[in-house]
Design a protein around this ligand. Structure first.
Ligand code: MRU
Length: 359
């Protein structure tokens, strides 16, 4: 059975707006939003209506394209300055996933390279570039999924954290890609999905996507991962990534590093899956990665009928953590499976990627 992939990010017919599936209200409501302004695009990223590192990059490409059409300028320098202003505004919406700044830089560079052309022509080229970012992500996710498929076998139990599926990317996804591909090819296996406090991407999105695809998925609270591993029910962990440093340290959803520590304890391989667009060789290690801090309300009251903590209690709400490279068995990219030492294998993956020219 082929899974019906949702159109999470697309352009409207006249290419004047970005249309997104609002992930913040899934799975209870399926609502599409039509975004026309810099402010609504910023809000969509900030509030996780569109989320997941690659999807944010794709969204930013389309957003810059449609917003470039609203720029009033009669010379390239004025056009470019306004384009960069919108770019840096969107880029300030979330700091950790490198795909956001990567896509914005790519769009700006494309405009700069074509500055001899008319503004109308540059805008048309920006449209093509935004489509190319999405198409490349589709291809990269497919290739990652093929490599990931070789890392588990019939009857295995897998564990994943947060959501790195089709909603977070294009088509297959990264961490969920090998699972969806395996299902299409008739392989039997089961998946434990961590609920992923505080925003519940595992409960709301991963279990939703896997269940829809007919995969045997069991939802667990984050603090149950240790028990299912101890019981011998997990043969491998598959997670996504938001930024991979040159030494292989990986920023991903808060709680990922705890899963990696548990996996090491129980001798379970821990795999990170992501496109080379998520590798940031300018970050030497995880210490260089900026971690987003979010609203305490997400811990104190969101999802509850009444607040579940004393009013104004101090909260610490980092959206991501960094998993030390020593805990990671391999990082799976579209160029292949990178193993330690990551400083060498990641560099090679970036150099040999077909998509390197775009970086
Ligand atoms: O805060 P989110 O939901 O955007 O965090 C998403 C993750 O941490 C994903 O694992 C990561 O972006 C990879 S998505 C293929």
């Amino acid at each position: 059975m082929k899974f019906q992939y949702p159109e999470n990010v697309a352009l409207n017919e006249s290419e004047t707006a970005v249309v997104i599936l609002d992930q913040s209200i899934l799975p209870n409501e399926t609502r599409f939003l039509t975004l026309l302004t810099p402010e609504s695009c910023y809000e969509a990223i900030q509030k996780l209506r569109v989320r997941g590192a690659p999807a944010i990059g794709i969204f930013a490409g389309y957003a810059l394209y449609i917003l470039s059409k609203t720029i009033r300028a009669d010379s390239f320098p004025v056009f470019f300055q306004k384009l960069c202003e919108v770019g840096s505004y969107l880029n300030s919406s979330r700091p950790t996933a490198v795909n956001l700044s990567w896509a914005i830089k790519r769009m700006e560079k494309t405009a700069e390279k074509n500055q001899e052309k008319s503004i109308a022509e540059i805008i048309a080229i920006l449209g093509k570039e935004a489509h190319a970012i999405q198409q490349e992500d589709i291809d990269m996710c497919h290739s990652i999924s093929e490599y990931g498929l070789s890392l588990f076998k019939e009857g295995d139990g897998l564990l994943t954290h947060c959501n790195a599926g089709p909603l977070a990317t294009s088509l297959y996804g990264t961490a969920l890609g090998p699972m969806l591909l395996a299902k299409e090819r008739g392989r039997n296996f089961h998946v434990f999905s961590d609920e992923t406090r505080p925003l519940l991407q595992g409960a709301r999105l991963t279990s939703y996507e896997l269940q829809k695809a007919g995969i045997d998925v069991t939802l667990i609270c984050d603090n149950m991962a240790s028990l299912v591993m101890k019981n011998g029910w997990v043969n491998a962990c598959f997670v996504g990534c938001d930024r991979v440093a040159a030494n292989g340290d990986v920023a991903n959803k808060i709680g990922t590093s705890g899963v990696a520590i548990l996996a090491k304890h129980y001798g379970i391989p821990f795999y990170v899956l992501g496109p080379t667009s998520t590798i940031d060789l300018s970050c030497k290690s995880g210490d260089d990665i900026r971690i987003e801090l979010r609203d305490p309300e997400e811990i104190r009251e969101k999802w509850y009928r009444e607040p579940m903590a004393p009013e104004h209690v101090k909260c610490y709400n980092p959206a991501f953590d960094v998993t030390d490279h020593t805990l990671i068995t391999a990082i799976v990219t579209e160029s292949g499976i990178c193993r330690p030492p990551f400083t060498e294998s990641l560099k090679k993956a970036c150099q040999t990627s077909k998509y390197q020219s775009a970086r």
